[in-house]
Design a protein around this ligand. Sequence first.
Ligand SMILES: NC(=O)c1ccc[n+]([C@@H]2O[C@H](COP(=O)([O-])OP(=O)(O)OC[C@H]3O[C@@H](n4cnc5c(N)ncnc54)[C@H](O)[C@@H]3O)[C@@H](O)[C@H]2O)c1
Length: 390
Amino acid sequence: MEKIKTAVIGCGMISYIYIKNLKNLFSVIDLAGICDNNAESAREKSELFGVPVMTMEEIKADPEIRLAVNLTGPAAHYTVIRELLEAGKNVFTEKTLCVGFEQAKELEALAREKGLYLGAAPDTFLGAGLQTARFYIDRGMIGEVTSACAAVNRAHALNSEIFRFIRNPGGGFAYDLGIYYVTALLSLLGPVRKVNGFVSESKEHAARMLRAGEFGRSWKTADDNLYAGSLLFENGAVGTLHFDGESIDEEQSSLVIYGTEGILKLGDPNTFNGSVRLIRNNTQETEMPFTHGFTGSPLYGPETIADYGQHRGVGAAEMAWAMIGHRPHRASAGLALHAMEVIHGLDVSAEEEKVYHMTTSFDRPAPLPAGYTDRIMGGMLLDAEGSLVN
Ligand SMILES: NC(=O)c1ccc[n+]([C@@H]2O[C@H](COP(=O)([O-])OP(=O)(O)OC[C@H]3O[C@@H](n4cnc5c(N)ncnc54)[C@H](O)[C@@H]3O)[C@@H](O)[C@H]2O)c1
């Protein structure tokens, strides 16, 4: 079976589950090396997973490495992705494409010009929750989609005591977490035509966590964390966004799709297994069974905190299968760019106090085929990779 020789760049926090999955879960990936400009981080993951450490130069120069998975922080994305594309590598990157819509456009154009695949997270829309929602919507279970509501809140600045990149440009609440909601809506409803937004300046944060070592210090995150917006989709549906990164620690997630014949209440799109609850004709709300695999259930025995987000890497694996099949990939740069433009549009609309007209579009990713599961016979691992092949 053809495999795609792959390298990972960036061995920080999220790399644990990525390296583990790329090495063990997806047969299409041949993980050849990992790299970090912090030698200690690379060595630690290399010892843990038995994958050789490489330098960026070695990765770029190795003609057999066809796919690079970029897990650096957003501030490094533009330079790293550009370098890799220039070296002729196909790239899958963690979110967001990079900091700033103009640079993201450049990267998407460069990949197209070079005939290379460029893909981006969030790839959670390929998980069981959102693929199941798509399955029911496509089969008319809620009739014609008329509107959608997405809201999430969290203490984002408190999180920045642990995840330091979110203090920097590109790490704001809308880009770091709101992007999962925007991407989910785009995957279900298609492109947006117009955006209207209000944004409030981020607040000063006084460090609270003794363990994080900055108690007594205070800072403002570079990006703003309070957004309210409204969307008009190309298909005529309307939507609202409510992103409050100044809330209390506990996170609340709400994602609802309304149609002429029903309502779908969806679980957290920052997971692979958000529940799918259907209301039709005033009947009682019903939790619907998953139609798809990638359920985010523990894959390798007892779950640890590092296994959080268990199916991460599915977007990169799907892109690898697309490379083999010479077909478009689903977590595409076009989708990621459009998602980024929605948030950029909220910023511009708030700044200029007028409606923002979207300039990009994307082909809505084809749904994954239904019927594939993660396990059979009550527990035997049967990953859902088969659903990624075509
Ligand atoms: N941490 C999470 O829970 C989480 C969840 C989902 C997505 N993500 C995304 O994953 C990405 C990484 O997040 P993280 O939390 O792992 O960040 P991190 O800061 O823990 O890790 C980033 C790593 O990249 C390395 N790096 C930076 N520039 C580099 C370069 N030019 N060449 C090689 N290595 C370089 C750093 O040394 C660091 O080890 C971000 O895009 C983030 O949005 C993170």
